[in-house]
Design a protein around this ligand. Sequence first.
Ligand code: SF4
Length: 349
Amino acid sequence: MNQIKQLADLRSLTRKDLEAWLASLGLPAYRGRQLFRWLWRPGIDSFGQMTEFSKEARCLLEKHGVINTLKIVRRLVSEDGTKKLVFELDDKHYIESVIIPEKKHVTLCLSSQVGCAMGCAFCRTALMGFVRQLSPSEIVLQALHCIEEAGLDTNVRNIVFMGMGEPLANYDNFIKALRILMDNLGLDFSSRRVTVSTCGIIPQMLKLGEEIDVSLAISLHAPDDETRGKLMPINKKYPVDDLLAACRQYRLAPRRRITFEYILIKGVNDSLSQAKELVRKLHGIKAKVNLIPFNEGPELEFRCPDWQHILLFQKVLLDAGYTTIIRKSKGRDILAACGQLAGKIKGHF
Ligand code: SF4
């Protein structure tokens, strides 16, 4: 047991970290490049498979490092083709990832923490509370296993971090995971295709913009502090106007916009005056809006507005010139849709 603790979790290391680790074992840095490539090939789970390395080098790696994997314990397939994978971690906690088929490609929705401390009122993950941070390897391995599950010929193009957890509350591990996901010798995802969704932890959000180029999505869900404060406790620390001021300041790559996620909940945040307020508040931000009709599910009492009303809400934003998409969540029947992931609550996966 103690011995396992001393082993380096190699899949949690960025390429640069891996080179430094190999140098500490007396191996040349260029070997880090090779090892990194091997670690992120589908189907690799032992040093014995790494034929570029001599037997002596493989023994040395095995003595000091470990190749982490995740165990898939459940697969749930929705009638719309969305697939939810439930992973069991070494310490018997569970996390979930979702494989979402689109017309010509596949999007993965991944988790960043076990549970979540943010307590959003519309979210099943919040009911778990915070359990623990995911390591970089546990974050990236979800993508690797989803790619294997979708089939290696499938065009797995987009990743969204909208699964369990608030990614920016696990900042250090999360940024390493992003670097591995986007490394061309790792999983080689394009920065445009990786979207980080945050409830709005301002300092980490601004830091993210300085450190790495990814797409940013803000879980806004209300244009005023009173409503947002009821839905999202984080609003007390970072109120709407401060959050939007930070969005104006956010370092955005050219031709990129910030996505604002807005779950529409009947009688709570769906009035047309709130739509107009949203238009006023977004002024001056390169923004697009995703409207997400609330996904009703067990344990939560909120309801979804009528379709006609959703269209009226959308029209206010469209008339103001904002690209506004109504995102029909997939996988509702298997609790894989937005806000429905919960590891395990009362027997539900
Ligand atoms: S919506 Fe996101 S930030 Fe809020 S509780 Fe759920 S997982 Fe956490």
